[in-house]
Ligand binder design. Structure first.
Ligand code: PEP
Ligand code: MN
Length: 639
């Protein structure tokens, strides 16, 4: 039964209720929801619910109609988020788990771990105890395999999961793994479920070969009743009369299960189909159906695999699948889960150098463009003059560096007073759930004509710059140097280093003064922009875990949100009315196409906050009038 507590229940009252329930042999689970606190009490109930209803602090008592209780959505409305190491499963994330069917050797698991991590997997799988149909088939390397799996997981910064087949191995396995896997053949091995449940560790519970959804959830209940609330369900195909595939993938189980339980459910397209070329389409189908992730078998030499070779993807096929899943994520309102990478000692490329900074927790800030760009100026304005920077080729690269922890912050442009919104960064912001806006900075754009030392104004026949730079200096170019050709370039600072490298005395670039200084170039003319009121606004971005540090010294007075509204008259009006009702002044509103949903749009809005928590009161109402509402960050405005 579910005991809903009164909002003003005291701790003493709560303890009393719990002890009465315990005395009656019930297992109690306290769940704090957004609105209510409830106690789930399960077990053989000898108590009259009315007796509990009369206790101080109890608002009401509701029976749980389903045979599974702790796993039921009736007991807990909100999605459970399961934490496996630094990876979180559930909610609006899609988690990619991959690895070989079985750990075959240290070299094999190391190679595959490196490949799947590079492709975007965040959890490593690999069987050490294999429940094979034939006693003559490879049974796994046992504890030795666990050691290799752990080593590979640690080397590439991935938590690991592996199948447990015997209750007697449970304690030993705890030392090596982050999540137990209960295989399809053992879904109803109740002694095993009890032993694994008692550890309190995360468990990946595969659906049995011929299990109904209810039986599957009852197996989850066994785990939960014995002590773990960290259960991830996994649909891996069921036995039907169909022989064309190894099993029949029950895609509809995903949304069905999501209605019945708060536990996350993922899919295993490898065992469901048994054939390599069916894995990607069915993997995508599972994500489209709402799965919180995929577990996929990947092998570096599938043709030589000790088990399940025909269904194992080559690493490059897995990489393609991850990219396709990532593209599909926004369609189902989710994002691909990613966590910081750690680079093993023996890799010494440039990205390793970047990542070392993260490991030593040094302050490094990413920006887009070359050294000396306006964006670098923005970085130095927010942090100190000699902060270490990471120049990135694209906005996407800057987001990636931040997301994987190579840098602590990124400073990226969001809007220019003449050029308008930099829409790419709005789109990227909505795609990285772990990245949030923490600050804002404004930089005045002063353009200069920059040339090689010794060059004279009269020598200049070609002017390179970003198209915006050229457009913003149009009057100067037409008035002072009508004979010169304006040539568009990738970015302003890049144009300066290009002119320098060319050594061409007849070429110049339009860029900011720092780009001239950085490249030891000569400024021929200063402040050549037509409109001096030319400003670019930048957002300071951080990963969620670093956000509070920044915000504590820069108290937010703005918030940015994204949302969609229904395709009906007045739906945007209704959403904006909520802002009015809560006295939230809107500073900007932009509509953007939704990737993967032609002719559908999301809105990006920036709101003025009278106090840092001014948005809190409006969120519930806003949620009711919108879909996919996301708070993209809180920050102190720069103007
Ligand atoms: C496995 O994951 O390698 C496995 C044996 O899966 P299942 O239990 O789903 O058959
Ligand atoms: Mn397998």
């Amino acid at each position: 039964m579910i005991i809903i507590l009164k909002q003003d229940v005291t701790n003493t009252q709560k303890d009393k209720i719990k002890s009465v329930l315990k005395e009656n042999g019930l297992i109690i689970k306290e769940i704090r929801g957004k609105e209510d606190t409830v106690l789930g009490a399960v077990g053989v109930n000898r108590m009259d619910p009315r007796q509990i209803e009369l206790m101080d602090g109890v608002a009401s008592v509701v029976p749980i109609s389903k045979p599974y209780k702790l796993a039921s959505r009736e007991l807990k409305k909100e999605d459970t988020i399961v934490s496996v190491g630094n990876v979180r499963i559930g909610g609006n994330r899609v988690v990619m788990m991959a690895g070989p069917c079985a750990v075959e050797s240290e070299k094999q698991i190391m190679e595959i771990a490196g490949a799947v991590r590079e492709a975007g997997a965040v959890i490593l799988r690999g069987g050490a105890f294999k429940p094979r149909t034939s006693p003559y088939s490879f049974q796994g390397l046992g504890e030795e395999g666990l050691k290799y799996l752990r080593k590979a997981g640690d080397a590439f910064g991935m938590p690991v999961t592996t199948e447990v087949v015997s209750p007697k191995d449970v304690a030993m396995m705890c030392d090596y793994i982050d999540m137990f896997q209960i295989g399809a053949r053992n879904m109803q091995n109740f002694e095993l479920l009890k032993e694994v449940g008692k550890t309190g560790m995360p468990v990946l519970l595969k659906r049995g070969l011929a299990a109904t959804i209810e039986e599957w959830l009852m197996a989850a209940e066994y785990l939960m009743a014995n002590g773990t609330d960290q259960v991830v369900l996994c649909e891996r195909g069921i036995r039907t009369y169909e022989k064309a595939t190894r099993n029949t993938l029950d895609c509809s189980a995903i949304p069905v299960v999501q209605k019945l339980t708060h536990l996350p459910v993922i899919g295993d397209p490898s065992h469901a189909t048994g054939m390599r070329d069916l894995v990607a389409p069915m993997g995508l189908a599972l994500v489209a159906a709402g799965a919180s992730g995929l577990i996929v078998e990947v092998h570096n030499h599938p043709e030589k695999a000790f088990s399940d070779g025909p269904q194992s993807l080559y690493p490059q096929q897995f990489e393609k699948l991850v990219r396709d899943v990532q593209a599909l994520c926004p369609v189902v309102g989710k994002s691909l889960e990613s966590v910081p990478r750690i680079i093993p000692g023996n890799i010494t490329d440039e990205s390793a150098a970047e990542d070392t900074a993260a490991a030593t927790d040094e302050l490094v800030v990413a920006f887009q463009g070359e050294r000396g760009a306006f964006s670098e100026l923005a970085v130095r304005r927010v942090f100190n003059e000699d902060v270490k920077v990471l120049p990135c080729r694209s906005f996407h690269d800057a987001f990636e560096s931040l997301n994987r922890g190579s840098v602590k912050y990124a400073v990226l442009p969001i809007e220019n007073t003449l050029g308008g919104t930099i829409v790419d960064n709005i789109d990227l912001l909505t795609r990285y759930p772990n990245i949030t806006i923490v600050g804002e900075v404004q930089v005045r754009i002063i353009h200069n004509l920059i040339a090689n030392p010794g060059a004279e104004m009269e020598d200049i026949k070609k002017v390179y710059s970003h198209p915006q730079g050229i457009a913003q200096c149009r009057e100067f170019l037409e008035r002072e140097m009508p004979y010169a050709e304006a040539i568009p370039f990738f970015d302003t600072a890049g144009a300066v280093s290009f002119v320098k490298e060319s050594g061409d005395m007849s070429a110049a670039a339009i860029a900011g003064a720092p780009a001239a200084a950085y490249n030891s170039m000569q400024i021929l003319r200063e402040g050549i922009e037509t409109n001096p009121r030319n400003y670019t606004r930048f957002f300071v971005l951080a990963r969620e875990e670093n956000a509070d540090v920044f915000r504590s010294s820069n108290t937010p007075d703005r918030a940015a949100v994204s949302f969609t509204v229904s395709d009906t008259p007045g739906s945007l009006f209704d959403a904006l009315e909520v802002l009015k009702e809560h006295n939230l002044n809107m500073k900007k509103l932009e509509s953007r196409p939704i990737a993967g949903k032609p002719w559908q749009y999301f809105f990006f809005a920036e709101l003025e906050l009278s106090s840092p928590d001014a948005l809190d009161g409006a969120l519930e109402a806003l949620k009711e009038k919108t879909s996919d509402l996301k708070v993209l960050g809180y920050y102190k405005s720069a103007h």
